[in-house]
Ligand binder design. Structure first.
Ligand code: URA
Length: 274
């Protein structure tokens, strides 16, 4: 059962964000600053500059994950392509993956979590520090907000499936590079193919780029796309909402479209005590 009242918190936040936005700019929910920040393209070499500034060694030589013992499920991951794997095989393949340099700096891979028969799937960008430490997706601050969004939609967190475009944490939480996304993409594609959800929610710009090769989350959010015959709704990432709470109203509109598609009614907002 859902934690009582939790789903109401997201509604409360939406109401507050609507009020704040109305005062600020009656015609638009998203402020000009927010839009500008979103449209500004990430500089190509920003990631390396961030690494350098934070003194994170670039291309540091650390041992690669050990190969799987012969005859195990993980061993099959060496000879079978992700497109042919079942869930346990895919999970083992991710656990020992060394397809890109992110494997050198990760603590844990973050495969994904939830109901493997879910009708609703969320796809995020990639693990942050908390997820890297725990090996689970969306367990930090952004995860708390995502859980509220899921509850507000009338689902329990364990009913849905949550995955990411990249399975290893990019150093300093930078955006994953093109090559890292390309190396990891077969995993999320196989997860989607195995789950076959009725709807996908794309959280932020990275899943939009990875699964559709599209840019412009602010322009594209709120409009269903189709991924392999599955309706996919791009919306803002919860981490973005933490920095820009006024965008919560837009996200709620996007999620309501998904709920309509799935025949879900929203969890009732909490009544104010008089
Ligand atoms: N942000 C993501 O995109 N994914 C996570 O798992 C956590 C934060």
């Amino acid at each position: 059962m859902n934690a009582p009242g939790k789903e109401g918190e997201f509604f409360q936040e939406i109401i507050e964000s609507l009020r704040a936005c109305e005062e600020e700019s009656p015609a638009s929910y998203v402020s000009k600053e927010v839009l500008l920040e979103f449209y500004r393209p990430a500089p190509k070499h920003a990631a390396k500059a961030v690494q350098k500034a934070a003194n994170v060694p670039v291309g540091r030589s650390v041992p690669l994950p050990s190969p799987a013992p012969a005859g195990t499920t993980a061993d099959r991951t060496l000879s079978v392509r992700p497109e042919e794997m079942d869930f346990p095989e895919l999970k083992s393949a991710v656990a020992i993956c060394s397809r890109c340099p992110l494997c050198r700096t990760r603590t844990n891979t973050v495969f994904g979590d939830g109901n493997e028969k879910a009708e609703l799937m969320f796809v995020g960008e990639g693990p942050g520090a908390d997820e890297d430490a725990q090996g689970l997706p969306f367990v930090g601050k952004a995860g708390e907000l995502l859980t509220k969004m899921i509850l507000a939609m009338g689902f329990a967190r364990k009913e849905v499936y949550i995955g990411n475009i990249v399975k290893c944490r990019p150093p300093n939480n930078r955006t994953p590079e093109e090559e890292e996304i390309a190396a990891c993409l077969p995993y999320i594609k196989r997860q989607i193919a195995l789950i076959r959800p009725k709807a996908i929610v794309l959280l932020g710009a990275t899943p939009l780029r990875g699964l559709f090769d599209l840019t412009g989350i602010t322009r594209l959010r709120g409009k269903f796309l189709e991924y392999d015959g599955i309706p996919a709704m791009p919306t803002f990432h919860p981490a973005y909402l933490l920095r820009n709470p006024s965008a919560k109203a837009d996200v709620w509109k996007d999620l309501q479209q998904v709920m309509k598609l799935l025949g879900k009614t929203p969890a009732p907002p909490r009544q104010k005590r008089s």
